[in-house]
Design a protein around this ligand. Structure first.
Ligand SMILES: [Zn+2]
Length: 158
């Protein structure tokens, strides 16, 4: 079962990452955009330094995302490996869908950050962005349970 619970450390984005997410989201419209996030733990939170876009090869890219296998493989072989995943909801609020929850269990253990973006209201906001921490717990049966916890998201000033 997946659910929101508890509190997680904040997520900080470099301004260049925030801009790159908005740019990819806009250029992919009306399709969903997806990519991985590189960064590190920093000052009690997670700092995202770099965004690496991936091609979306979902059969229905208007409502789903499936990273191009070659893009996904090369992302996983980055050193250090990505710590987060981003995708966009062109037509819906930037909140996890049931398909998003289903996809969580397929993410490797080093994925700690989950970002969802949606087109913002011009001219003030180019992108609406929600950030979540990925939490893994073992159930009493020993099964892995993966959940998302809404995190405070901040864009660094520089
Ligand atoms: Zn989604």
């Amino acid at each position: 079962m997946t659910a929101f619970q508890g509190k997680v450390p904040p997520i900080w984005l470099k301004p260049s990452v925030y801009q790159a997410l908005g740019k990819h989201l806009a250029s992919a419209l009306p399709h969903e955009a997806c990519g991985v996030l590189l960064g590190a733990a920093a000052a009690g939170g997670m700092r995202i330094d770099t965004y690496v876009p991936m091609r979306n090869v979902a059969p229905d890219p208007l409502h789903a995302f499936v990273p191009h296998p070659a893009d996904w493989i090369s992302a996983l072989y980055l050193a250090p490996p990505p710590i987060g995943l981003f995708h966009s909801h062109p037509l819906a609020a930037p909140q996890p869908s049931s398909a998003d929850f289903d996809g969580l269990t397929g993410l490797g253990g080093h994925f700690a950050v989950y970002l969802i973006g949606a087109p913002g209201i011009e001219p003030t906001h180019s992108i609406l962005l929600n950030g979540y921490g990925i939490q893994r717990t073992r159930t009493e049966d020993g099964d892995l349970s993966v959940s998302l916890i809404e995190a405070q998201l901040q864009v660094l000033l520089k």
